[in-house]
Ligand binder design. Structure first.
Ligand code: S3P
Length: 443
C-alpha cells in the first residue's frame, strides 16, 4: 500500500501557484464540450476526478487534446454528443456523475454511468428525482445508487427545490435545462457554489438569478469557452494555508487562487480566530473572483460554532478545519454537517477516528463533532479511508505532531491534487512517499 511518512517541518515556506480548481475544471470541460467550436483551457486540474470528466466526454465523441500546459476541447454544440459505446466511468468523482447526468438526461440516446466503490455507495436519488420530474427515464440500483441507466430527451421544464444544499444537484438540473424548450428553475434556500451559473454565462446561456431562484432558458445555441484559464483551487490551497498558520515561522504565498464568495467561508472563519491571512490583488477572471493568498504563523483563539448555511460554503474544508481546531485555544463545534457522512468517505467518522489515533479528544455527533482546547497532536498511523481530503488534512497534522505520522492510502490525494506531497516537500516538510516515482524528501 502506498503510504506517506511525515515528520515536523523545520520551516514552512513557499511561493507558488496551486493547480486549477476542481469544480471549475469539471464545468469548463463540460461547457466547452456542449458549446460549438474550439476552446483552449489552461491550468485545467490534473486531479484524477477531472481526467475522468474528460474520459467520459471523449466517449461521447468530443475531441480532446491534453498537454501539460492546457487542454483543447472541440465543442460539438448542444446537439452534437454521440451515444457512448462503453460504460461511462467517473472513477471517484461525484461531481462528474451528478453533473453529467444532467447532460445525459438531455440526450435522446441511452447511456450508463457509474464509478468506483465509493461512488456506488453515494446517494444519487438527489439527481434522479429532478431528472425524472423533467421526464427522463432512469434506472438505478435500489433506485438510489450507481450504475445509473439514463434515457433522456423530450424533457419538460420544471421548478425544483432540492431537499439538500448541493451545488451538484443544482448544476445537474440547470445543465438538463439547457436542452429543454422553456425556463427551468432551481429554488435554492441555502446558497451553494455558483460556478455552473458563472460558466454557463461564459458560453452564452441565459441564466437569471433572483433571490433564491436560479433559472436557465433552454435550446439557446451555446458557443465555445475560447481561451480560458482556470483559477487555482482554494480547497487545495486550504491545506497549505492551515499548514502555514499552524507551523512556527511560516509563510506561504499562493498565487491566482479562486476566491468566489460561495467558497471562502474557511478564510473568514480562520481570520475570525486570529489566522493571519491576507487576500491580495483581488481581481475578476472569466467572471470568477481570484486573488493571491498569503498566510503566516498564527496563534488561534476563540470559540467557533459553525452550523446552518455556512456549512455548504466550507463543506470540503471541514477535514482541514478540524486539524486547525486541535490548535485552537477555544472550542470548535461543527453541526448540521451530516452531508459529510456521504462524501468520498464518511468524513465525520474518518476525522474522529484519525484524530483519536493522534491522541486528540474529540466528541462525535451525528451531524458533526466538537474539539475543546488546544491539544498536542502525536504521530500515529492514519487511515486515509481512500479519501483525498482525509489523506491531505492528516498529512498537515503530521507536520505539527510530535513524532512520525504514517498516512496509509496516501495516494488518494491524487483524486484532487496529485502534486500535493511534492508541493508540501517544497515548502520544507519532511516527507517520504514510499512509491519511488512520487518520492519527495525535501527535509
Ligand atoms: C462540488 C460540490 C460539493 C462539494 C464537491 C464539489 C461541485 O458537493 O462537496 O466536492 O463541484 O459542485 P455537493 O454539491 O454535493 O455538496
Amino acid at each position: 500500500m502506498n503510504r506517506a511518512i511525515i515528520s515536523s517541518a523545520t520551516k514552512f515556506e513557499g511561493d507558488f501557484q496551486i493547480p486549477g480548481d476542481k469544480s471549475i475544471s469539471h464545468r469548463s470541460a463540460m461547457c466547452a464540450a456542449i458549446g460549438a467550436g474550439r476552446s483552449k483551457i489552461r491550468n485545467y486540474s490534473s486531479a484524477r476526478d477531472c481526467q475522468s470528466t474528460l474520459d467520459c466526454l471523449e466517449l461521447m465523441g468530443v475531441g480532446i487534446t491534453r498537454s501539460s500546459e492546457s487542454i483543447i476541447v472541440e465543442g460539438v454544440g448542444l446537439e452534437g454528443l454521440r451515444a457512448p459505446l462503453k460504460l461511462l466511468d467517473v472513477g471517484n468523482s461525484g461531481t462528474t456523475i451528478r453533473l453529467l447526468s444532467g447532460i445525459l438526461a438531455g440526450q435522446t440516446f441511452t447511456s450508463v454511468i457509474t464509478g468506483d466503490e465509493s461512488i456506488q455507495r453515494r446517494p444519487m436519488k438527489r439527481v434522479i428525482e429532478p431528472l425524472r420530474q423533467m421526464g427522463a427515464r432512469i434506472e438505478a440500483r435500489d433506485d438510489n445508487y450507481a450504475p445509473l441507466r439514463i434515457t433522456g430527451g423530450h424533457l419538460k421544464a420544471i421548478e425544483y427545490r432540492p431537499p439538500v444544499a448541493s451545488a451538484q444537484v443544482k448544476s445537474c438540473a440547470l445543465l438538463a435545462g439547457l436542452f429543454i424548450d422553456g425556463v427551468t428553475t432551481v429554488i435554492e434556500t441555502t446558497p451553494t457554489r455558483n460556478h455552473t451559473e458563472v460558466m454557463l454565462r461564459e458560453i452564452g446561456a441565459r441564466i437569471e438569478h433572483d433571490g433564491e431562484r436560479i433559472s436557465v432558458t433552454g435550446k439557446i445555441p451555446l458557443h465555445a469557452l475560447g481561451d480560458y484559464t482556470v483559477a487555482g483551487d482554494l480547497s487545495s490551497a486550504a491545506f497549505f494555508i492551515v499548514a502555514a498558520l499552524l507551523s512556527p515561522e511560516a509563510r506561504v504565498r499562493l498565487r491566482h487562487i479562486g476566491v468566489n464568495p460561495s467558497r471562502t467561508a474557511l478564510l473568514d472563519v480562520l481570520r475570525q480566530i486570529g489566522g493571519r491571512i491576507d487576500i491580495a490583488s483581488p481581481r475578476l477572471a472569466h467572471g470568477e473572483p481570484v486573488a493571491d493568498l498569503i498566510a503566516e504563523s498564527s496563534s488561534l483563539s476563540g470559540d467557533l460554532e459553525l452550523s446552518g448555511a455556512v456549512i455548504a460554503n466550507l463543506i470540503d474544508e471541514i477535514p482541514i478545519l478540524a486539524i486547525a481546531g486541535t490548535q485552537l485555544a477555544g472550542t470548535l463545534t461543527i453541526r448540521d454537517a451530516g452531508e459529510l457522512r456521504v462524501k468520498e468517505s464518511d468524513r465525520i467518522r474518518a476525522i474522529v477516528d484519525n484524530l483519536r489515533r493522534m491522541r486528540i479528544e474529540v466528541e462525535e455527533f451525528d451531524d458533526g463533532f466538537r474539539l475543546a482546547g488546544k491539544q498536542q497532536l502525536h504521530g500515529g498511523v492514519i487511515d486515509s479511508c481512500g479519501d483525498h481530503r482525509i489523506a491531505m488534512a492528516f498529512a498537515v497534522a503530521g507536520l505539527i505532531a510530535e513524532g512520525e505520522t504514517i498516512i496509509n492510502g496516501a495516494d488518494a490525494a491524487s483524486v484532487s491534487l496529485p502534486e500535493f506531497y511534492q508541493l508540501l516537500g517544497r515548502c520544507g516538510a519532511n516527507i517520504l512517499v514510499d512509491d519511488v516515482s512520487e518520492e519527495s524528501n525535501a527535509g
